[in-house]
Design a protein around this ligand. Sequence first.
Ligand code: PLP
Length: 442
Amino acid sequence: DPSRVLGVAASAPVIAPADTLARRDAHVAAAQEHYYSRPPQIERGWREHLIDTEAQTYVDVVNNVTIAGHAHPGIVDAAARQWTLLNTNSRFHYAAIAELSERLAALAPAGLDRVFLVNSGSEAVDLALRLAFTATGRGRILAAREAYHGWTIGSDAVSTSIGDNPRALETRPDWVELLDAPNPVRGTYRGRGSAAAYLADVDARLDALGADGRAQFAGVVIEPIFGNGGGVLLPDGYLAGLYERVRALGGVCISDEVQVGYGRLGAHFWGFEQQGAVPDVIAVAKAMGNGQPLGAVITTAAIAEAFEQEGSFFSSAGGSPVSARVGVAVLDALRDDDLQGNAQRVGALFGDALRALGTRHPSIGAVHGMGLYLGVELVVDADLTPAPELARRVCDLLLDDGCIVQPTGDHKNVLKIKPPLCITAESVAWVVAALDRALAAA
Ligand code: PLP
């Protein structure tokens, strides 16, 4: 019970009238109802558990933000202390910002040591795009289908997998050039194993643009593993090959680490490491704040300075003293609680158990991803026809059983398995048993 541990009095359950909820956030409510028949009202959380207003507990399997777990004492303490001192982005308060920036730079590849703090993943991607534009003096960007980068105008323009957001721009701005998704499971590239075939298509695409067309590109933005696209690993060597081509054009390579980075892969801290590639710009958020609005763009001095010459820009609340203190406390938790190590150990157990479940349930077409970045692809047949209705039913049954999972992927048939990185082997075993029951019943 978190209230005993933290000394916080539990509030009496308050059920907001339906019309109040609808007024407050109609599109969020609609998104939840899209996934679940009876979305719960969560009141609080503890580690990998969530507790609703009727005191039912759930294992939080879908959370790709709260990596250190809900109500992490060290993070709560850091936030509370900083709130009592100062929380405004006074231009004369540097301590927390400097400490977080130093620690991020130390985690980034050599040469990426300039940090901008922002409030969200969408803002980080927008800023990363802006850095690419100013550093190159060019105005077009390469991106890939099936990716999701955010819901602001810039990040949405480079997204096609609309993920959890009910709307996407219907008209894509002409500054975006979309590559086909390097997805060997379905679509244009189904069954292709090697990166060479995908890269040959990138070459053909770039050739078709002509020299003048190619010279307009400021760079590429891509997720090293497509998170909302379902977690399918890129073919080995694809990212390094793509970066090589973009650099040959004089462009900047942006890695969107918002969902994949920060230790979730277990074997790697950053997603691009899984592909053996090194970007020029990293966009990160979600896990960075463990739920507090916080993101960052990490880049080279040359790229940062080109942007700074444009003028003095900053985000009013991005990297506020509380957010930055929380950011430091999250990095402490990563180290002290060995969250990345746990993602590797428990993630391997989780992946193996899900694959074993697949041998008994033919509706599991594949298990994608690695560490605690997993996707269970539900299908109708051996041809891997997506089963979105089944996915929704399974998520509803899991919810009744006490486990929050959500469908993702372009066909909404992939169960998104991204729990807090502190999840225990016991909770994993329980979730796998619950999924077994749900698949049998559905
Ligand atoms: N990039 C990726 C890969 C994401 O998964 C998301 C969010 O799901 C974003 C960017 C946008 O982040 P935010 O929701 O913090 O704006």
